[in-house]
Write a protein that binds this ligand. Structure first.
Ligand SMILES: CC(C)(COP(=O)(O)OP(=O)(O)OC[C@H]1O[C@@H](n2cnc3c(N)ncnc32)[C@H](O)[C@@H]1O)[C@@H](O)C(=O)NCCC(=O)NCCS
Ligand SMILES: Nc1ncnc2c1ncn2[C@@H]1O[C@H](COP(=O)(O)OP(=O)(O)OP(=O)(O)O)[C@@H](O)[C@H]1O
Length: 201
């Protein structure tokens, strides 16, 4: 049980393009799932706290509507490790604040939080159990190029700044393999849910 609530809080992590969103989409039929990328996207919207803090530092480019141009923030962040740390130090505390507020508000006894860089930012203590989804690098790159309009170079720049899948697997409670079909992934999710229930509260 989470130290913060009487709910079982399960983190879903994995590298970019590994299949986290597909897992979340499936779980949402029965459980509340929070997407931390979405939380971050909301914080970056014009006028919100993340927007204000980054805009005050003049490190973001704005479009004609005054919204942050994500591509320019991404190239700033992923071009230099210290830039990434600077932006993360601003956004991560805000993301955690939103996450805890959301967990508190849920009525379900099991909730899920999709957090792509959970291990990179040592967020393990926020979760009772951690699921990691992995796909081979070539499989993930090809899915990102086909479905998400990334170039190979853009996808690789983010992937190299993330922890390697072997290390993530070793630190996780449950590993889901996603090199096969979506149906094969769904079967593994059902098995993982059974395991979580056996290990109970
Ligand atoms: C770089 C930004 C502007 C890109 O925005 P965009 O809408 O294109 O992508 P989105 O936010 O959906 O992220 C897509 C993927 O990029 C990767 N990514 C995002 N932030 C990071 C990061 N700090 N380190 C490594 N990879 C990252 C993750 O795999 C993530 O799932 C945005 O991700 C951002 O502001 N990141 C900093 C905040 C953060 O660390 N977010 C992760 C939340 S756990
Ligand atoms: N087993 C699969 N077979 C075919 N396509 C898949 C499979 N799993 C996921 N996909 C597709 O691959 C793309 C990447 O998967 P998904 O969005 O779930 O990954 P992700 O880990 O959430 O990525 P990101 O970190 O970029 O958000 C999506 O378009 C998704 O529909």
């Amino acid at each position: 049980m989470s130290k913060l609530s009487k709910k079982k809080v399960i983190g879903i992590t994995g590298s970019m393009g590994s299949g986290k969103s597909e897992i979340s989409r499936y779980l949402r039929k029965k459980y509340p799932v929070l997407d931390c990328d979405q939380v971050n996207a909301d914080l970056l919207k014009k006028g919100n706290l993340g927007y204000q803090k980054l805009n005050d530092l003049r490190i973001v480019e704005l479009d004609s509507n005054g919204q942050i141009i994500k591509e320019s923030l991404a190239s700033y962040m992923f071009s230099k490790a210290e830039h990434r740390k600077q932006v993360e130090a601003i956004l991560h505390p805000l993301i955690f604040e939103q996450m805890h507020k959301w967990i508190y508000e849920q009525e379900s006894s099991i909730v899920f939080v999709e957090m792509p860089i959970l291990f990179e930012i040592s967020a393990q203590d926020h979760f009772d159990s951690i699921w990691c989804v992995v796909a081979d690098l070539d499989v993930a790159l090809s899915r990102l190029q086909t479905y998400r309009n990334f170039t190979r170079e853009q996808a690789l720049a983010r992937l190299v700044s993330q922890m390697n899948p072997e290390e993530k697997m070793a630190k996780s409670d449950i590993v889901l393999q996603n090199n096969g079909t979506v149906e094969q992934l769904h079967k593994q999710i059902e098995e993982a849910l059974k395991e979580e229930k056996v290990h109970g509260d």
